[in-house]
Ligand binder design. Structure first.
Ligand SMILES: [Zn+2]
Length: 238
């Protein structure tokens, strides 16, 4: 009996180690190998291995600059500097949009501080669902704030292998909106949220052009503009 208990304990330990190992692998490849501190390598090899570790961490940071995370009910916002989140918040709390949100979500009691960011992005996400008439109460989306448009373009190339000058884009495989505070508008964010909602709502996805038209409609509804004369705000990629 005791032996069985010990065996079970060992088994539990093994499962725990496996879980730990999976966790490391899930960590976006940041820990792909361990430095062989116990091996009898000469000093130059240690330095080379150390350099590889440093470079690997740097590369991981470039592909996903999520040093900080802001969680709301519907959104997980990743950013690397506090100022990015502040700029992001400022951009999506424009006057027309706040008015629109207030009209739809009465009684929010929003203050002017950053503390209501979660409420604003959640309200926007729900409003887009109302505009599209595609309610998805359990849907969540990741939002990655990049430094500027150049970084968005670079990430786009990293992910897709293609090129684009879109200031924001939605990537379905990771359910992530990639954007930047430099030229972000609330209509632009709503547009990308629209892509997320459409891509999750339909079992068979509509043609990309149809989805794009729907998202442009969302942009117009939210921002209260005709959508003409401005820069093409977004592109749609699957
Ligand atoms: Zn689009």
């Amino acid at each position: 009996m005791k032996r069985e208990a010990r065996s079970e304990k060992r088994e539990a330990g093994r499962v725990k180690r496996e879980a730990s190992s999976e966790k490391r692998e899930a960590g976006s490849g940041k820990v792909l190998f361990l430095l062989p501190f116990c091996s009898p390598l000469p000093a130059p090899h240690y330095l080379a291995a150390l350099l590889m570790v440093v470079l690997q961490f740097m590369a991981a940071g470039q592909s996903r600059a999520d040093d900080y995370v802001f969680q709301s009910q519907c959104c997980t916002i990743h950013y690397s500097q506090a100022s990015q989140l502040e700029s992001f918040t400022g951009k999506i709390r424009g006057g027309a949009v706040s008015r629109t949100l207030d009209q739809l979500f009465v009684g929010g009691g929003r203050s002017s501080g950053q503390s209501d960011l979660g409420e604003v992005v959640d309200s926007l996400f729900k409003r887009v669902q109302l505009i599209l008439d595609m309610p998805m109460p359990k849907l969540r989306v990741e939002i990655q704030i990049h430094r500027d448009e150049k970084e968005v373009a670079r990430v786009f190339t990293q992910i897709t292998g293609g090129s684009s000058n879109a200031p924001s884009f939605y990537w379905k495989r990771t359910n992530t909106i990639h954007t930047q505070p430099e030229s972000l508008t609330v209509g632009m964010l709503a547009h990308e949220m629209g892509h997320c909602i459409i891509d999750h709502y339909f079992a068979i996805l509509p043609p990309p052009k149809i989805a794009e038209m729907l998202c442009q409609y969302v942009d117009m509804e939210v921002s209260g503009t005709s959508g003409r004369g401005g820069r093409a705000s977004v592109s749609h990629f699957r």
